[in-house]
Design a protein around this ligand. Structure first.
Ligand code: KMT
Ligand code: NI
Length: 179
C-alpha cells in the first residue's frame, strides 16, 4: 500500500525531505480515492510481460507508453525539468506513472487545498486525474525510473497554477467537488 501524509507548512524546506508533520498525519488510500487519485501495486520486475498491467492498460485505454529516467546522467535538462515538475500545475489529461525503479513524491492538493505527499516506490502505479493540482519531486535517494502511460498522443504540458477557470480544472471540481 502507498504511504501518504499531510505535509508540514515549511515550503522553504528541502523539497526532497519527507516534509512530514510531527506527529505524522497519515492520508489514507480512501482519502486519495476521494480526490480521484488511483493506485495499484504491481510487480515491477515483470513490467515487460505482466497480465495485470495489460489489464489496466486495456480497461483504461492507455495506448501510449514510454520510460523516463530522472537522474542527472540520464535526463537531458535535469535541473530545469525538476524545477518544472515541482511547480504546482494541472494537465488536460490524466497523469499516469508506474515506478519501475527508485522512488519519488507526488504531492496533490486535497479539497481544503492542503498538500498530501504520496510516496511512490518500485511497483507503485498512480493515476492523477485531469485537473488536479499537483507536483512531483525526487526524494533523498535522487533517482526514479518510471513508465509514463497515456490515452492516445501524449500531451505533457504543465499548466501552472492558477488555472481555476480552465475547463480541466472546472471538470475536476465538478467530479470531485474540491472546495
Ligand atoms: C512528471 O510529469 O512529473 C514526471 O514525469 C515526473 C517523473 S516520473 C515519476
Ligand atoms: Ni504533472
Amino acid at each position: 500500500k502507498l504511504d501518504a501524509w499531510y505535509m508540514d507548512d515549511d515550503e522553504s524546506a528541502d523539497q526532497r525531505s519527507t516534509r512530514r508533520q510531527k506527529p505524522n498525519q497519515p492520508a489514507a488510500v480512501a482519502k486519495l480515492r476521494e480526490l480521484g487519485v488511483l493506485s495499484w501495486a504491481l510487480d515491477a520486475d515483470k513490467y515487460e510481460n505482466d497480465p495485470k498491467l495489460e489489464a489496466i492498460r486495456k480497461v483504461r485505454g492507455y495506448s501510449y507508453q514510454d520510460i523516463i529516467t530522472v537522474s542527472p546522467e540520464k535526463l537531458p535538462g535535469y535541473e530545469e525539468k525538476l524545477k518544472m515538475f515541482f511547480e504546482e500545475h494541472i494537465h488536460t489529461d490524466e497523469e499516469i506513472r508506474y515506478i519501475l525503479e527508485g522512488s519519488g513524491y507526488f504531492d496533490v492538493r486535497d479539497k481544503e487545498d492542503r498538500w498530501i505527499r504520496v510516496d511512490c516506490r518500485k511497483g507503485d502505479m498512480i493515476v492523477l486525474p485531469e485537473g488536479i493540482y499537483h507536483r512531483f519531486t525526487l526524494d533523498a535517494d535522487n533517482y526514479v525510473k518510471a513508465m509514463r502511460l497515456f490515452i492516445g498522443e501524449p500531451v505533457w504540458t504543465p499548466l501552472n497554477r492558477p488555472q481555476d477557470s480552465h475547463q480541466s480544472r472546472e471538470k475536476y471540481i465538478q467530479h470531485f467537488g474540491a472546495s
